[in-house]
Design a protein around this ligand. Structure first.
Ligand SMILES: [Zn+2]
Length: 150
């Protein structure tokens, strides 16, 4: 299960609306537990630096990634996933997303945006045996440290 503070989720969904009709993107920082258990402790927004069509593709700014890696050296926090939006498409990973898996352990958070409004956010992990994405439960919590249920 992916646990994320409701405020983080709202920030991602707002970013998806602001970026519409283009895709927004960023990285998820957190801690891993057993199996699919991930606690998101921070959201690192990025500009979409894709060289393609930003309405159908995204690229996290490598400077955002590098800055985080430098900061986390020797600490418990780590990059646990990434997020992006699907303008006028579902929250399911696309074939293009599958082609772009560069780090199999990351969780993919995708926000579907319909006519400028965020309608749904879903979490998936990569299943190398498929290869395909597998949906994982996403739980929005009240506290930013993922404490009690909302
Ligand atoms: Zn996508």
């Amino acid at each position: 299960m992916i646990q994320i503070a409701r405020s983080f989720l709202e920030r991602i969904e707002r970013a998806a609306e602001v970026a519409y009709p283009e895709e927004c993107c960023g990285l998820l920082v957190g801690r891993r537990g057993a199996a699919d258990d991930i606690l998101v402790t921070r959201v690192a927004e990025s500009a979409n630096v894709t060289t393609g069509d930003a309405r159908t593709s995204f690229e996290v700014d490598p400077r955002v990634l590098l800055a985080l890696m430098k900061e986390f050296r020797g600490r418990d926090d780590d990059i646990v996933g990434l997020y992006h939006s699907h303008p006028d498409h579902s929250a399911e990973p696309s074939a293009r997303d599958l082609d772009r898996v560069f780090e199999p352990d990351l969780v993919w958070l995708i926000t579907a945006v319909a006519q400028g409004r965020s309608v749904e956010t879903r979490a998936h992990v990569y299943e190398p045996e498929g290869p395909h994405f597998r949906a994982v439960a996403l739980r929005a919590t009240m506290g930013e440290e993922g404490g009690q249920a909302s």
